[in-house]
Design a protein around this ligand. Structure first.
Ligand SMILES: Nc1ncnc2c1ncn2[C@@H]1O[C@H](COP(=O)(O)OP(=O)(O)O)[C@@H](O)[C@H]1O
Ligand SMILES: CC(=O)OP(=O)(O)O
Ligand SMILES: [Mg+2]
Length: 428
């Protein structure tokens, strides 16, 4: 029996799930999950659940060390090791495999056992995912130092999008420079899209290779993905996770000239840069000083969803407009063959008002939600990964046959699954 730790360092949270797995290719069994959230909106909060039992729920853990991904991870590791009732981890030596979510994987098209060589490659990519990669690598380093017996595996958010064809992934710029600097669309949230594609195919009883869906991962960072024949055809993020939809502190796509009119010296190094992360003022403005936080003063989309001030109303409408626009464009890219529109991520799973508003804008394409199902079915059903909230789910098949689904995506489970399928980790 091996203990697998799956670590998801997002821009606003660090989530760690603990699994056991008996053998190669066995389904990982979750025994605990813990997260520190609110990194972009302190005080940070700790939630810890062991064997389905809540130990801490949104316990305030201050705004000092735990505000960084690395500090948050150290607290999570202590929480797991010090819990006497989590008998599978009595010391750090009990952890056999650690799966790390690395947002930018460059040209890697498969998960990698982290060696000095892969580490070096990933360091070079840090500047292309400024809110994510160097923080995740900091956690990798902490694991190499504190868990010397564990194998570290890098799972990439970009991997799922390797199937995007060149006419979609290419930017119309000098192709010699594009090739030598690796300037193309990579796309992210792929660990989540992989989980979504498998879960939705199972839910619809379709072969994965026949699955055509539009999936929306809406969290602190938000993206859309057109999935054709079970594979990524297009996605809204690009060279970096800044492109496409706006997010908690990100602008999403804007006119690229905007930043030169926003402030002077935007090409200079931002004070937010570190030894390992070089970030220009322009990148800092668009990645950290924009999005919901700039429009409304909060990064919590639950608060924005109340639409009780003009600023919150504007942010909500702006997001719904951009999300619907991507769905419209991907509907065309999929030639109208769309089995389902799927909402996922913190906002996608919880913001019922946003789902209703976005789907309302898509009525002309035949999508509709059932109000009651949309408001309550997700909360009522804690067991299934996927729930149907479309109008047809209530009227017994009448009306439109386009499904609107909500998927409780689980990036940590997906990473643990990748590890159980890696033969070299199970040889002894
Ligand atoms: N009840 C809610 N209604 C709407 N949005 C919510 C709710 N609860 C959480 N959220 C949103 O979900 C976001 C977190 O999503 P998540 O996918 O966990 O983000 P990340 O992985 O990037 O940290 C929060 O920033 C918040 O805006
Ligand atoms: C890629 C990305 O933006 O991830 P997250 O939403 O977890 O910050
Ligand atoms: Mg996330």
């Amino acid at each position: 029996m091996k203990v697998i730790l799956a670590i998801n360092a997002g821009s606003s949270s660090v989530k760690v799930s603990v699994y056991t797995s008996a053998e190669y290719n066995a389904t990982p069994k979750q025994i605990a999950e813990a997260q520190v959230s609110g990194l972009t909106a302190p005080p940070t909060k700790l939630t810890y659940t062991r064997r389905g039992q809540s130990v801490h729920k949104n316990k305030e853990v201050g705004d000092g060390d735990t505000r960084t991904q690395d500090g948050a991870f150290r607290l999570l590791l202590e929480t797991l090791v010090n819990d006497a009732e989590l008998t599978e981890i009595s010391s750090t030596d009990d952890i056999g495999i650690v799966a790390h979510r690395i947002v930018h994987g460059g040209d890697y098209d498969d998960s990698q056992l982290i060696t000095a060589d892969t580490h070096h490659h990933l360091e070079a990519l840090s500047d292309l995912a400024p809110l994510h990669n160097s923080a995740a690598l900091g956690i990798v380093d902490a694991c190499i130092g504190r868990l010397p017996r564990a194998h570290n595996v890098a799972c990439f958010d970009s991997q799922f999008h390797h199937t995007i064809p060149p006419h979609i992934s290419t930017y119309p710029i000098d192709q010699n420079i594009a090739r030598s600097n690796g300037l193309r669309k990579y796309g992210f949230h792929g660990i989540s899209y992989e989980f979504i594609a498998r879960s939705v195919a199972r839910f619809l009883r379709k072969d994965r290779s026949q699955l055509d869906i539009i999936a929306l991962h809406l969290g602190s960072g938000a993206s859309a993905c057109a999935i054709r024949n079970g594979k990524s055809l297009d996605t809204s993020m690009g060279l970096t996770p800044l492109a496409g939809l706006p997010g908690a502190t990100r602008s999403g796509s804007v006119d690229p000239s905007l930043v030169f009119h926003y402030a002077s010296d935007v090409g200079k190094l931002s004070p937010a840069s570190t030894e390992h992360l070089h970030i220009s003022k322009a990148e800092d403005i668009l990645n950290r000083q924009a999005g919901w936080s700039a429009l409304t003063g909060t990064t919590d989309f639950g608060t924005i969803s109340a639409r009780d001030t003009p600023e919150r109303r504007l942010a909500f409408d702006l997001f719904a407009d951009r999300v619907a626009a991507y769905v419209g464009s991907y509907f065309v890219a999929l030639s109208g063959r769309v089995d389902a529109l799927v909402f996922a991520g913190g906002i996608g799973e919880k913001a019922t008002a946003l789902r209703a508003d976005v789907v309302g804008r898509l009525a002309c394409l035949g999508f509709a939600v059932d109000e009651e199902a949309n408001n309550s079915r997700m909360e009522e059903n804690k067991d299934d990964d996927v729930v149907d909230v479309s109008a047809q789910s209530a009227d017994g098949g009448g009306g439109s046959d386009r499904k609107v689904l909500v998927c409780r995506t689980d990036e940590q489970f997906e990473m643990a699954r990748v590890c159980t399928a890696k033969q070299e980790l199970w040889a002894s």
